[in-house]
Ligand binder design. Structure first.
Ligand SMILES: [Zn+2]
Length: 216
């Protein structure tokens, strides 16, 4: 089972505007604000590490959900605090560095929570994202079924989990005819259920002989 790698950091962070302002008025105060914020992040990163979170497959994709008290700050200003987060994660040792090698994609989501402002950080390895993409790719394709009687294709509604492509032969998918679960490597390529481009979906052995080769 894949454990979701998540860190929740309570509070609302200073935005870049606040830092720039602090920098103009008082260099020392600005630096202090940054140190304080980095340290806050570091504490929660260390806590997550004690609970067993490791980032061992690089690069890691980050999704930040910024829960703020109100809508006063602009989203770009809110998310500019991401710098503090990466610095804090590096200081804690959860992340070795915040370069391209370690950090994959970064995405931001925003919401308001007046009583409990916080940042939720979700971390996932690239290969998980690839699996999701594969899943979506299989789902997005419109399937069609060949009707030997009319020699035409008709729209076909696939069972959940049907797949015509998988990099991983052990991936569990569903027979495009009956929906039975089986490993992708054990499927037969259907001669009747195709993508619009003509790729055959994976089907179970029974359906393959009963339905793909049924005499009409
Ligand atoms: Zn089947």
């Amino acid at each position: 089972m894949h454990k979701i790698k998540k860190i929740i950091i309570p509070g609302e962070f200073p935005g870049m505007n606040q830092i720039i302002h602090a920098n103009r008025t008082n260099r020392y105060a600005a630096n202090h604000l940054k140190q304080k914020t980095d340290h806050h992040v570091k504490m929660y990163a260390l806590k997550a590490m004690r609970e067993g979170i490791v980032l061992d497959k690089l690069p890691v994709n980050f999704t930040f959900i910024w829960y703020v008290k109100n809508r006063r700050k602009d989203k770009d200003n809110i998310s500019s605090a991401v710098k503090f987060i990466f610095d804090g994660l590096v200081k804690a040792g959860l992340l070795e560095n915040d370069g391209w090698e370690q950090v994959g994609n970064i995405s931001h989501k925003f919401d308001v929570d007046k009583k409990n402002p916080r940042i939720e950080i979700y971390m996932s390895e690239q290969n998980i994202e690839r699996k999701q993409k594969e899943q979506e790719m299989n789902k997005m394709e419109l399937a069609q079924v060949y009707m030997p009687t009319t020699k035409k294709y008709e729209r076909y509604e696939l069972p959940d989990g049907a797949a015509f492509y998988s990099r991983d032969m052990d991936k569990v998918c569903s027979c495009a005819w009956c929906g039975k679960k089986l490993k992708f490597g054990d499927t037969y390529t259907s001669r009747r259920i195709h993508t619009e481009q003509g790729f055959g979906y994976g089907v179970c052995e029974k359906c393959y002989y009963a339905r793909d080769f049924k005499p009409y």
